[in-house]
Design a protein around this ligand. Sequence first.
Ligand code: HEC
Ligand code: HEC
Ligand code: HEC
Ligand code: HEC
Ligand code: HEC
Length: 378
Amino acid sequence: MRSIKILSLMLLLTLFAQATLENTTCKKCHPVIFQEYQNSMHAKASVFKDPVHKAVWDKHPAKQKNNYKCAKCHTPSDHALMEGKSKLSDNAIQKSEPISCQQCHKIQSIEKHAKANKNIMSTKEKYFFSANKARKGEKVVFKEEKSLFGLMTKTTGSPYHDIDYSNENFYNGDMCMGCHAHKQNGKGFVVCDLEVKQKNSKETCISCHMPKMKGSLANQKESSTHAFHGVSMHNGTPETLSRYVKLSLEKTANGFTVAIKNEATHTLFPQPLRLNQLRVEIERDGKTTTLPAHNFVRVIGTDGKPSMPWLATEVLKDTTIKAHEARKINFDMRLKKGDVVTVRFGYYIANPKAAKKLDIEQKSATEFTVLTKKRFKI
Ligand code: HEC
Ligand code: HEC
Ligand code: HEC
Ligand code: HEC
Ligand code: HEC
């Protein structure tokens, strides 16, 4: 038993010694979650990994002063930068863990502000919050229990950290809201707002964006599933997210109506950079007709003209689909029996017009991506 204790002490010491990057430690015991996280936007939120964020930063007036205010939400794990001890630079944290595991798991509460909310972090070392309905309220401290005169050792919890299952913000999704709720620019204008309406939805930020996936949550613990950590809109998740946007079609006297039912608890594609589109195609007698696309956008600007987010003072147009809304779009083309109507609902990460102004060229941002599609046989 003693040698095992010494061994585990040595293991912990080596883990500690290598912990230049915070996540390196977590990786040892949570390899599945660590792997998923690498593909999440939270692992790529810096200007060194997200070309879209970089493009906007490059044009931002604060760049001249190298005052990277975006760090608060985009790279809070770069502690030296956050504490004002260094300027934005191409380092390992920026590249691989701008929003580290601990950055989320130490969020104790959210302080509400008009400009942007603020994450209040726990200051306890190796003390992480998590959610587990069956264990709600528990605070698990790692311990070894000896039985059979010390021959058998039973352990509970994680051998590296304590776990607190009592933080309500990890059950209702509020722990996401320090960064995601809304943001004002220097002129006090709301550039972006998710406009969350939780209403009676049983789904939360966490249940929709971090659904249970196959694979164990930790090496030392056999669990059949774990919460998905590859949180992103672009890679992989459109399939998981698309089920919350329902498409339906109804014939009318003069044509037909496509309804888009948003089951998300927030506005769809609220970012001013996005362009959300509905595309409809009709196949009839072997010929395909494409109807004009419908746009859903929030255009912001100054003096009646679109402008960059830091200059904007007004909303010029807002046709985005709000939380729980069912939007109906009418088409005045009469359908015939045998027609096949294909409806695609998707998005451009960067509205092609904005992409041009910002010199964004990479395809993933400037090509139309389908979030959900459906075929209707008439
Ligand atoms: C030495 C192994 C080890 C290391 C290192 C480790 N963990 Fe864990 N962790 C575990 C084990 C084992 C559990 C499961 C404990 C249980 O369910 O009782 C766990 C559970 C968790 C949970 C809660 C899981 C739940 O049931 O909801 C979180 C959150 C967590 N770890 C985060 C982290 C983070 C963040 C790091 C890196 C800073 C980390 N862990 C490092 C072994 C480890
Ligand atoms: C209050 C927190 C917060 C601050 C401060 C912040 N952002 Fe963000 N930003 C976010 C969040 C959250 C997202 C993701 C939202 C989404 O995708 O809907 C985001 C997304 C973006 C995107 C879209 C990225 C993409 O891949 O599509 C750009 C561009 C961006 N931010 C630029 C900036 C710049 C430039 C700054 C600093 C001048 C900044 N942000 C400051 C929270 C913030
Ligand atoms: C019922 C499921 C559901 C819930 C609950 C939900 N979302 Fe979403 N979320 C979606 C869907 C579907 C999309 C894809 C459409 C889109 O990008 O707007 C999405 C997209 C997003 C995006 C990307 C938006 C963009 O255009 O960049 C962010 C950020 C996001 N959600 C954050 C949250 C947060 C934070 C919460 C909790 C307040 C939350 N979501 C709750 C379904 C959900
Ligand atoms: C964006 C915030 C965020 C980041 C970043 C994050 N987590 Fe989590 N994590 C959560 C939330 C929220 C839950 C609770 C999920 C639930 O209720 O099912 C969770 C759950 C977990 C669990 C328990 C899984 C389960 O199925 O119950 C472990 C273990 C964990 N995280 C480890 C990690 C590790 C390791 C990293 C870094 C590689 C990490 N987390 C990064 C927010 C985050
Ligand atoms: C520390 C701040 C922070 C926290 C906490 C946080 N996020 Fe994020 N999140 C961001 C930033 C910043 C981005 C944008 C990264 C980019 O595009 O450059 C982002 C991106 C996203 C995206 C992808 C949007 C896209 O363009 O693909 C989704 C979805 C998302 N977050 C959901 C969540 C959910 C759900 C939670 C809570 C479990 C959460 N986030 C917690 C800062 C945060």
